[in-house]
Ligand binder design. Structure first.
Ligand SMILES: CC(C)(COP(=O)(O)OP(=O)(O)OC[C@H]1O[C@@H](n2cnc3c(N)ncnc32)[C@H](O)[C@@H]1OP(=O)(O)O)[C@@H](O)C(=O)NCCC(=O)NCCS
Length: 331
């Protein structure tokens, strides 16, 4: 991890961003026809108003490919310029090969290398941290980091306590090796803090897998239990990122949180005295898209001109495992 006050060093700087969503939108009103729920209940408890759901012709890899192509175009790059692809996903097209390798092939690439990262909703934070380590270790120069999910395929559509919460989508950024001064004024990833604790498995998991049931399984969650831990875990890692760089909530331009639940996001920002106007919210439009939610939110806020070059941006997430983490970067 880089802590920001050293001599010249390699930084992982964002060069491009992109996103992709399935064609089909399911509103809360549509959900009322599927399970015993209401728009009012969903909005009040979660802030979610709609979610996108993949059709038969859309998969994690196809959405990831579309997000990757958008990020390449945004960065003025082609697949030939990429030497590593990391895809964060818990809903791969196949148990193996990795979705990232599938995307590599879809992009017409046979050079470089690709692998997946699986840390559920914290996947994108883990993937950016991993990409940064590869770049600073000299193993890669330009990395395509993707978060792509089709959680609709692992939902129990009869369980109203979970199926209303999740959606499908993909987002991507490209980060590239750039020399920095070793201070927090540098562009690029400034610090990263990752955590996991497997003792919380039963609170949020999928009840199947290749080595246990031989099936894909469905998502199971004790929502109230997850909620109980979320704000504390999220604020701990954000505070660690501030402390290790000597920055504070006042220095921050944007908090781009994992979009699980509006109440968790608002509670975390409030506890850290982060101004609500600095928080990027997309959970109303996308629902919880797990590893895709942060890059979707980044693409939304950078795309509409809110996040600008030089802005200090905090990414944070918490999810199944539990896993949790934060990355502080200068855009
Ligand atoms: C899931 C969550 C929104 C539920 O909200 P809650 O206030 O904790 O609600 P509860 O689970 O206590 O349920 C309250 C009531 O609403 C009902 N309910 C649950 N889902 C419902 C739905 N979709 N529509 C209507 N009613 C629903 C419950 O059955 C319960 O009814 P009861 O009191 O008659 O038993 C909330 O716990 C949460 O956001 N947890 C975090 C989940 C999360 O973000 N996970 C992902 C992390 S990456």
């Amino acid at each position: 991890m880089s802590d920001g006050v050293q001599s010249k060093m390699i930084r992982s700087v964002v060069r491009g961003f992109g996103a992709a969503l399935p064609k089909r939108v399911i509103t809360n009103r549509d959900m009322e026809a599927i399970v015993d729920t209401s728009d009012e209940w969903i909005v009040q408890r979660t802030g979610i108003r709609q979610r996108y759901v993949a059709g038969d012709d859309e998969t994690t890899a196809s959405l990831g490919e579309a997000a990757a192509r958008a990020a390449l175009a945004n960065g003025g790059l082609t697949p030939a310029d990429i030497d590593l692809i990391i895809c964060a996903t818990s809903t791969p097209d196949n148990t193996f090969p990795a979705t990232s390798v599938n995307i590599q092939n879809r992009l017409g690439m046979s050079h470089g290398f690709a692998f997946d990262v699986q840390a559920v909703c914290t996947g994108f934070v883990y993937a950016v941290t991993t990409a940064d380590a590869y770049i600073r270790g000299g193993l890669a120069k330009r990395v395509l980091v993707i978060g792509a999910e089709t959680f609709s395929r692992i939902l129990d559509w009869n369980d109203r306590t979970t199926c209303v919460l999740f959606g499908d989508g993909a987002g991507a950024i490209i980060i590239e090796a750039t020399e920095g001064e070793g201070t927090v004024a540098d562009r690029g990833v400034l610090t990263a803090h990752l955590r996991s604790d497997g003792s919380h498995k039963e609170k949020l998991y999928v009840d199947g897998g290749p080595s246990t049931t031989g099936t894909v399984g469905k998502l199971r969650m004790e929502g109230r239990e997850v909620f109980k831990y979320a704000v504390g875990m999220i604020t701990d890692v954000i505070q660690a990122a501030f402390d290790s760089t000597g920055t504070t909530a006042d220095d921050l331009d944007w908090l781009v949180p994992h979009q699980a639940n509006r109440r968790i996001i608002d509670g975390s920002a409030k506890k850290l005295n982060i101004d609500a106007a600095k928080v990027v919210i997309t959970v109303d439009l996308h629902g919880n898209t797990s590893a895709a939610s942060i890059p979707l939110a980044l693409a939304t806020a950078a795309g509409d001109g809110r996040i600008k070059k030089g802005d200090l941006v905090m990414l944070e997430a918490m999810g199944g495992g539990f896993t949790w983490g934060a990355v502080l970067l200068r855009w």
